[in-house]
Design a protein around this ligand. Structure first.
Ligand code: CA
Length: 247
């Protein structure tokens, strides 16, 4: 039997809100523009990584797939358009949202950019408010659950800004780990996650936590969600893991 103290300990050293913040990759070789975009994305609640050439971009994406890529056209080593083409040719990154950033203004370039599969295209110079608006639009279209503060799945509603969860309009009180677990499930309703996948996503891959810790927090999440009645929304899939019923 593991004591409660042991189960609680890892939560103090975990990365903040690993599962809730969307992750953006900026691929741009102009330092001042990188800083400007980075600053604004962090303000928008993003976790941000930067690559300064095309090859580094592909490696960074291979390591950990971002939720969105802002991709400069004119890059050292490998042009942005070639990076986009390669991402689109692989199954794992085929649907990765890409916004191309470019100094080129010709209509034919814009068409080429969209042709290789960019989701949107911005011509420099652009304002940061325009960029963040376009990012929001792309994210809403592709990953609705990541872009919105309030997400509803079935009778469960989660408000990220207010850190508030309700079920059937009744408030559900969750600890920080249970909140992140639910948030992660809500981003992928119906999908089954193994305990290891949940550990990586919610606790962070650089933290050592035993997989049975996941079971404990799933148990707490279930209990909290079922307090006001209603069916257990979390499905246990034998030898595979857990899933949130899509409602
Ligand atoms: Ca450039």
């Amino acid at each position: 039997m593991t004591s409660t103290a042991e189960l609680e300990r890892p939560t103090t050293s975990m990365r903040p809100a690993a599962a809730t913040r969307p992750y953006a990759l900026i691929v741009e070789d102009e330092p001042s523009l990188v800083e400007l975009i980075r600053y604004n994305l962090i303000k928008e609640g993003y976790e941000v990584a930067v690559a300064t050439d095309g090859e580094e971009a592909l490696l960074t994406i291979e390591e950990r797939q971002p939720d969105i890529v802002l991709l400069d056209w004119m890059l050292p080593k490998l042009a942005g358009i070639e990076v986009a083409r390669r991402l689109r040719s692989k199954a794992a990154t085929r649907n990765l949202p890409i916004i191309m950033l470019t100094a080129r203004t010709e209509e034919s370039d814009r068409i080429r950019g969209l042709d290789v599969g960019a989701d949107d295209y911005m011509t420099k110079p652009f304002s940061m408010s325009e960029l963040t608006a376009r990012i929001r639009a792309v994210m809403r279209r592709i990953r609705p659950a990541l872009a919105e503060d309030v997400v509803v799945v079935g009778d469960i509603s989660i408000d990220r800004a207010a850190h508030r969860v309700t079920r059937n309009d009744l408030e559900v009180h969750l600890g920080p780990t249970e909140f992140r677990l639910l948030d992660y499930f809500i981003q992928h309703p119906g999908r089954v996650f193994s305990r290891e996948q949940l550990l990586d996503a919610v606790w962070g891959s650089d933290v050592y936590v035993e997989t049975r810790t996941v079971d404990v927090h799933i148990g707490r999440l279930r209990k909290a969600l079922s307090k006001g009645g209603g069916e257990d929304p979390i499905r246990t899939v034998r030898s595979a893991g857990y899933a949130l019923n899509p409602g």
